[in-house]
Design a protein around this ligand. Structure first.
Ligand SMILES: [Zn+2]
Length: 434
């Protein structure tokens, strides 16, 4: 279908190419829901794109196409014969750049900007389906723009960081992430969880204008590798162990006690749960890992059986809940002295409880006592670490289509780094007017 005369001029204005580029032809294919724009370069003498020499002859023209933002419900494409300039100045033959796309891309810049905006909110596969392109095409662009934006990123004045590990799949393929806990953004992500990851973070911080010697506080888990890396690369930083990791260790200790007792002393467990529902063991497994507010009815009943028993699992449950209470009180009084007192009392109970995993946990906490107490009081960091973890989980779900560390890291940067130098959303201007 041919459009009326004057339409080309209208579309030249709407698409925005500058001279020497004009829209020469527009074809609307209604059944195919497609609109094709032929854009042409009117000049025969052009400046050399390599050296800038004026009035150089066009050597030849190469046919190229770009996918553009949909035009109403029509899939829009730009096509052009792009001139190559044979330059008498530098002697090179160079293809002219086009103002609507970066070199080598088959998408216009506006289309890429929309794609990127969608990938900040949606799983990449879903964004690809909406845009009717492949997720591979989107991943390539995410990596390109994220790397470009990260190069320009500045990290001056970073003082409080959180270092954490996350895994691409459960229990394997670890990624270390470093957050700025004041600016609330992801600073750095890399594969692995050894001490080198912290050294790499310090180098990256330096490369972006930050100073590792200015980092005065690190919130992290009790991994020896991170402690070693921090001692080498972030010498001025006081360490605090965030409450999620400490509570997670208590839950692990409790799980170990329960598992060993259920397997190792089945007669004792049978006797203790005599008359209970046969599914009680299974309800205990999940009930013990949750807080009482999250129990189902069956779990509540199972937990009542447990608490009336003299099982080791019941003791382990009480220890875990007591530690949680110690943290909750610290949040209220916010006093290092009180927190240290409460924690010492808990440790002394844990050491005397005749449950090996809790004795071990008490020793671990004792060795890092000051840093654990600092973590009890550092609520803002704790809360932020938690929210970042939630967002990372989301990013992980979004990366599921690809499952490579590289893609996961790119998505994490895209969503959590507040990168300033990403392309603007192509509809943002319209949104402001509206
Ligand atoms: Zn030249």
């Amino acid at each position: 279908m041919k459009l009326s005369i004057g339409a080309e001029a209208l579309f030249t204005g709407a698409l925005g190419p500058q001279p020497p580029w004009v829209v020469a032809d527009v074809k609307l294919d209604v059944p195919a829901k497609r609109i094709d724009f032929e854009v042409s370069c009117s000049g025969t003498l052009l400046s050399c794109p390599a050296c800038g020499a004026a009035s150089q002859p066009v050597h030849d023209r190469l046919r190229r196409s770009w996918r553009h933002l949909d035009f109403f419900q029509f899939e829009a494409w730009l096509h052009a014969d792009v001139p190559r300039v044979a330059c008498s100045g530098c002697g090179k033959t160079t293809q002219l750049g086009v103002p609507w796309a970066r070199p080598g891309s088959g998408f216009t810049a506006a289309f890429e900007a929309l794609a990127l905006a969608l990938c900040r909110e949606l799983p990449v596969r879903q964004a690809a389906a909406l845009l009717r392109c492949s997720d591979k095409q989107l991943w390539r662009r995410i990596e390109f723009y994220v790397e470009q934006a990260r190069t320009l990123e500045r990290c001056e004045g970073v003082q409080i960081v959180g270092i954490d590990e996350t895994s691409l799949r459960r229990g394997q393929h670890y990624i270390t992430v470093v957050h700025d806990l004041e600016a609330k953004r992801l600073l750095f992500a890399t594969e692995g969880r050894d001490h080198q990851t912290v050294l790499d973070f310090a180098a990256d911080l330096k490369a972006h204008g930050g100073d590792p010697a200015e980092v005065r506080h690190i919130c992290m888990d009790m991994s020896a590798a991170y402690a070693k890396g921090a001692a080498q690369a972030l010498p001025a930083a006081a360490i605090s162990y965030d409450r999620f990791h400490v509570i997670a260790m208590a839950i692990q200790a409790m799980d170990d006690v329960r598992r060993e007792e259920m397997r190792g002393e089945p007669e004792k467990v049978d006797a203790a749960l005599f008359g209970a529902d046969p599914r009680t063991r299974r309800n205990l497994l999940w009930g013990m890992r949750k807080n009482p507010s999250g129990w189902t009815l069956a779990q509540t009943q199972a937990m009542h059986w447990l608490q009336r028993s003299t099982l080791k699992s019941a003791r382990a449950w009480r220890l875990r809940m007591a530690l949680r209470e110690v943290y909750a009180r610290a949040r209220q009084h916010n006093s290092a002295e009180h927190a240290a007192g409460d924690l010492t009392a808990w440790m002394s109970w844990a050491r005397r409880c005749r449950l090996k995993p809790f004795k071990k946990l008490a020793t671990t906490i004792k060795e890092r006592f000051d840093a654990v107490v600092r973590g009890m009081l550092d609520h803002r960091s704790n809360a932020f670490v938690e929210s970042m973890n939630g967002q990372l989980q989301q990013a992980k779900r979004a990366a599921r289509g690809y499952r490579t560390a590289k893609n996961f890291i790119a998505i994490a940067y895209l969503r959590l780094s507040r990168l300033k130098n990403l392309p603007d959303h192509p509809f943002s201007a319209a949104a402001v007017v509206g």
